[in-house]
Design a protein. Structure first.
Length: 486
């Protein structure tokens, strides 16, 4: 397997492997360094348990019987220990031994730099419990340097005060450590091989969908939109794949719009320039001395120049709006009057094409907005309805208001818009039908300018359409506004 040492697969692999290695190393350190104190503490606890058992059989009864002594002796034998019980005068009243020569209670040992035979120096031993109920010490045999634990306990009973000492040898721990280390090396080798395999598997499993998405993203970066981002069993990876697929679709649509924009702008610039050139040549070659022909040709040139002028103005205005340079001159104005004022601008078109216009305009509706720009929006909505409607059809214009908001809408009976095209009709130069036919009544930027104006006002807007039956374009102005805007 070829690794990219900066890639996610190698990073995941090395992280898992080092994690496993760290755990194994930690276990080894804990075993090697803690086995000695653990063994001694465990041994001490077992001696304490032995001492309590001896106390139960020897001291707790009101009198001592042979059966109890035999039980005490058996417990001592089972625990590989020896013991001695002193009374308060330091006299031995009971002793047991199962370790023979290793019992340091019968031998001379050094306690606090004093050589003493514990079983023969009872008074010295009970002094160790003068100010404490327990005593413990680890001593070395003067014969073979083996370590032993001596544990002492002060016992108060009905029969008096007694002092019980128990001795048990500590096994040589080095042999145990060597055994543990040998086992640890075998265990470590097995674990490292296993963790290496598991780390490789997990690294490949986790990184595979990410690497595949990276390869697809490289294709997308080179303009190939026939890519698909596939997730995996992880929710975050699935979310990433869904996000990238959504971004791919949007980039594809933007690229398509870019191509359409270039084609449309080129067409809209080339057509009038061609017309201007053709009619200028006609004036030069044909109609120069003919006043009527010359004026007709000049009018065509002027018309095309005006179209170019409007196109450039609309493009400049839209660019400023989308760049955030739009300045709103807000104040309260009568929206009802504004709607009626704009509709009168279409009287000639309505008459020529025999449109049936139904006006449902609620009177005295005042809103707080930029009157000029809202008028531009109304003009675009109405103009768009007429341009997309056949002659002799009906156009409905509604203006209603309640306590919360004011709604303006234009309803036409035109061809309607397909559902998949609805999200994109607000884009500049977006064409539902991909035919570059110039409309002499507009520049193709109307709805894009409408969108910029309404977004700047923070006004809700939209379109409802059924293909083949018509469309409804609307906006809703809230009747509540921030007093700081006044």
């Amino acid at each position: 397997m070829k690794f990219n040492f900066k890639g996610v697969r190698f990073k995941i692999f090395i992280s898992f492997f080092l994690f496993s290695l760290g755990i194994v190393f930690l276990l080894g350190v804990l075993q090697v360094f803690l086995i000695r104190p653990y063994y001694r503490n465990n041994k001490l606890e077992s001696i304490k348990t032995l001492s309590y058992s001896l106390e139960k059989y020897i001291i707790d009864n009101d009198y001592i019987v042979d059966a109890d002594l035999e039980k005490a002796l058996q417990i001592t034998i089972n625990n590989n220990a020896c013991s001695v019980l002193f009374n308060q005068h330091g006299h031995v009243i009971y002793s047991s031994d199962s370790i023979g020569a290793q019992c340091l209670l019968k031998r001379s040992i050094k306690l606090d730099d004093v050589d003493v035979v514990p079983m023969k120096n009872g008074s010295y031993m009970i002094e160790k419990l003068a100010n404490a109920s327990e005593y413990e010490v680890i001593v070395s045999s003067q014969i073979n340097d083996l370590e032993s634990i001596i544990y002492g306990q002060k016992i108060d009973s009905n029969l008096g005060t007694y002092y019980l000492f128990v001795n048990s040898p500590l096994e040589p721990i080095e042999s145990v450590v060597r055994f543990v280390l040998n086992q640890y090396y075998l265990f470590t080798s097995f674990i490292l091989i296993l963790s290496l395999a598991i780390s490789l598997y997990l690294a490949s499993k986790i990184s595979h969908p990410l690497i595949k998405m990276k390869n697809e993203a490289v294709k997308l970066a080179h303009g190939n939109y026939d890519t698909t981002f596939v997730g995996s069993g992880y929710s975050e990876v699935n979310e990433l794949a869904n996000t990238l697929n959504d971004a791919k679709d949007k980039l594809s649509k933007i690229d398509e719009l870019r191509r359409d924009l270039i084609a449309n702008v080129s067409h809209d610039l080339k057509t009038p320039l061609t017309m201007i050139k053709a009619y200028a040549e006609m004036i030069l070659d044909i109609s120069g001395d003919k006043k009527e022909k010359r004026e007709e040709h000049l009018n065509v040139i002027i018309k095309e120049v005006n179209y170019l002028d409007n196109l450039i103005k609309d493009m400049q205005e839209l660019s400023k709006m989308q760049a955030g340079y739009i300045v709103l001159n807000k104040y309260n104005f009568d929206l009802s009057s504004k709607v009626l004022e704009v509709i009168h601008l279409f009287d000639v078109m309505i008459h020529e094409k025999s449109f049936e216009v139904e006006l449902n305009v609620q009177p005295d509706v005042f809103v707080y907005a930029d009157e000029v720009k809202i008028g531009q929006v109304i003009y675009n909505f109405i103009s768009n309805a007429f341009k997309n409607s056949d002659d002799h059809t009906k156009v409905i214009i509604n203006l209603t208001a309640n306590e919360d908001f004011t709604r303006f809408e234009v309803v036409d009976q035109g061809s309607g818009i397909k559902e998949e095209d609805l999200p994109y009709i607000w884009d500049r130069y977006y064409k539902i039908e991909k035919k570059f036919i110039r409309n002499h009544q507009g520049t193709g930027l109307g709805l894009a300018i409408v969108k910029a104006i309404l977004d700047a006002h923070n006004i809700a807007y939209g379109v409802e359409s059924e293909y083949g039956k018509g469309s409804i374009f609307y906006f809703k102005i809230s009747n509540y506004y921030d007093e700081n805007d006044l």
